[in-house]
Structure formats: C-alpha cells, structure tokens
Design a protein around this ligand. Sequence first.
Ligand SMILES: Nc1ncnc2c1ncn2[C@@H]1O[C@H](COP(=O)(O)OP(=O)(O)OP(=O)(O)O)[C@@H](O)[C@H]1O
Length: 414
Amino acid sequence: MIAVNGITKRFKLYAKPSDRLKELVFGRCYHHTYTALDNVSFKVGKGEAVGILGKNGAGKSTLLKLLTGILLPDAGRIDIQGKVTGLLELGTGFDFNLSGLENITTNGLLLGMTPAEIRSLRDQIIAFAELEHYIKEPLRTYSSGMVMRLAFAIAIHANPDCFIVDEALSVGDAHFQQKCMRKIRRFRERGGTLVFVSHDLNAVKMICDRALVLDQGRLVADAPPEQAVNYYNRIIAKMESAEEVPSTVPGAYGSGRAEMVEWEFRGEESLTTVVSSGEICRCRLRIRAQQEIPQLTVGILIRDRFGQDIFGTNSYLLGVPLTLGPEQEVDVVFRLPMTIAPGKYTLTAALHTDENHVEECFQWCDNIVKFEVAGIKGTRFAGVCRLATTMEVIKRGRGNAEDRLKPGVVGGAH
Ligand SMILES: Nc1ncnc2c1ncn2[C@@H]1O[C@H](COP(=O)(O)OP(=O)(O)OP(=O)(O)O)[C@@H](O)[C@H]1O
C-alpha cells in the first residue's frame, strides 16, 4: 500500500554553475526555485496498478524518485508498506566497470535480496535477461537494451511487493518488451502493486486499474485509465479547462472554431451499428465552421472495449484537403471495410489542423458512436484484424530456382 500525502518537491535552479558557488561564498540568493511537484496526494492499494501520465517535465520521474526514496520531499509524507523496487533511469545502481554477474550481486543486495537469494536466482536472472554469453563482460560494453534487460530481470526477481517502473522499458526491443509485460502481468496476478510511467497510452489502458495525470507538478486527474488518457489528451491539445469552449457534444472539447453538428454510422448492408467483420461501414460527419478554416483535418478513431486504439485515419493522412468558409457546413463521409475481430468498439471523431490534434484542436469527441462487429464475412482469421494476405505453395525440387532461401529469410528446422 502506498499513501502519498501532500508532497511538494522544489529544485533550486541556477542560471550559471558559478552562481551556486557565489551563493555559498556571498550568502546571497543566486537561484530561483522551481516547484516540480506541488501538494500531490493519492493512494495506491495493495495489488493495484496505477499509471502516471503527463507531458515532458510534468513531474512524473520526480514522483517516482520520491516513491523509491532516491529523493526526499520538501513537504508532505509518503508511507509505503512492503518492499519496493524501482526501474528508473537506466543504469541506476549499476557499476559499469563491474561485470554483469558482479552487478547482479551488488544490485540485488541494494534491492534487499539476501546473498542466498541472489545465489539461487542468479541463473534465472541471467536466462531472463538473455545475457548468458555476455554476463562476465563489464557493463560498459553492454548496449542500453542489454543494461535494461539486466536491470529489469534483477528488479522483478527481487520479489518486490511494489514495482515502480519508469519509461525504461521503452529501451528494449519488441520481443523483450512483450516478455516484460508478461512478467508484469504475472507479478500483478500474484497480488503485486505496480506504479507505471509511460507515454504508451494503450499500455496504460491495458495494464492499469487507474491513472494519475500530472500537469506542471499538480495532480489534475485520478481516474479510470480511459478517462485519464482522454484528460491527458486534452492537455496535449493545449485545452486546459480555462480555455475550453462549451461544446454542443457532451464531453467534447476544443476551441470550437469548427464543430460536428451531426453524425451517422452504419454498415452498408446491415444498415445498423451491428456489422459483420469485413462489411463496408459508412461514417458521415456534418461539420460547421464558425469562421474560415483554411486547413481542416477531419479524423476518426476506432477503439476496442479496453479503450485501445485499433485504427485511426484522417483527411490529412488520406490526402483530402478541406477548407471551410465562415458558417459553412459540409458532410464528410468515410467508408471503410471493418476487417476487425468480432467485439464491441467505439468511434471517436476529431477536427483539428495538420496530422494530429496537438497543434490546434477545434473539437475532439470521444466515443460518439458505439458499434459491434458480430460474425465474419469472408475468410475467418485469428487476432484483432484481417490483413489482406495471399499465400502460395512452391513445390521444391532439384534445380528449382526458388529452392534457395533468399537473404532476409531466417530460421528453419533441419
Ligand atoms: N535535479 C533536478 N534539478 C533541477 N530541476 C530538476 C531536477 N530534476 C527534475 N527537475 C525539473 O523538474 C521538472 C519535472 O521533471 P521530471 O523529470 O519529474 O519530469 P517528467 O514528467 O518525468 O518528464 P519526462 O517525461 O520528460 O521524463 C522539470 O522541469 C525538470 O527540469
């Protein structure tokens, strides 16, 4: 259990390194104070997974450093029950002149493992990190991905009650990231508590029970992951509540210079919002501009029942330029084959400039349509979507030019 009560963390910022010395010598103030965390309070229950979201510099890493005891707060209190291990900045707690093997011992001891535990888990740690051939080499010869693999393997095998992970995981390749995610899931199934910083919004939605949003050091949202991600999206769209214009669509946000006044979604055969996988769906959005908009992008985004982004497209990516005059209304129609797996989905629509909503967002409407994909039209498939796949069988024989493996084809059983 973690209880964070009104913590504040300030840093002294000096314009020049010499100002620090001048302050010491002359006893005058040569710094200004930056508040990285401002009166932040929250609780994380045992076995809960909490994501932390925020723009660069919002205070996420500072918060994790306070939770792991690397930094102390200037005000407030943190109470943690149980053993905490953290995977923060890459290489924290490692000696790069020692070998991987020696670092397992020193780092394991730092994380509260006993020498006997380290001895018994050493081989598992090395195998998990896939470093069998390099473990006797000094860490300075490792790539950042190898360091991360070792750090993750030690931290998770230290059997913490609470695991705190910063962006570190993003260093690994896709294979290792998946392996880490599986391990984190198992850790959670065993009742482990997780605090997780990530810019990967889908990962936060998949793993976390709740997410916190930090903005300029303040905790501005503590909500279920999907709501928190939507809130975070507002922040990156520079649409903090003060600037927000009331919208005709409940829950929508944006500058309001262009708005969706009507929308419609249906399968072209079913004529309803229950469609077959593979059926062409039609989505019509009626848009009105308040004033002239020389470059309008209209986009749609499909999310699954976990809130994960499945597919998004927009007029910018499709190369369809759109200019609206003052008070002008247009109907924008998207037609797309719904070649996704059966299940429940939502459709989000957005009006903005350029490729995404970060620069200027006129209106963002989360989940305006709910629809269901039931049954499959055409070839059945496994997974989340049907990719247009072809397949051929090439008969092997002596002298067959196709018989030799081309570069880039790897693997095989002989
Ligand atoms: N040791 C320090 N000395 C001075 N300022 C610091 C220190 N550590 C952090 N800061 C400042 O505190 C603010 C919050 O930093 P922090 O690293 O916590 O942000 P973050 O949300 O983790 O950002 P990012 O997503 O870029 O990692 C930043 O403005 C940063 O410059």
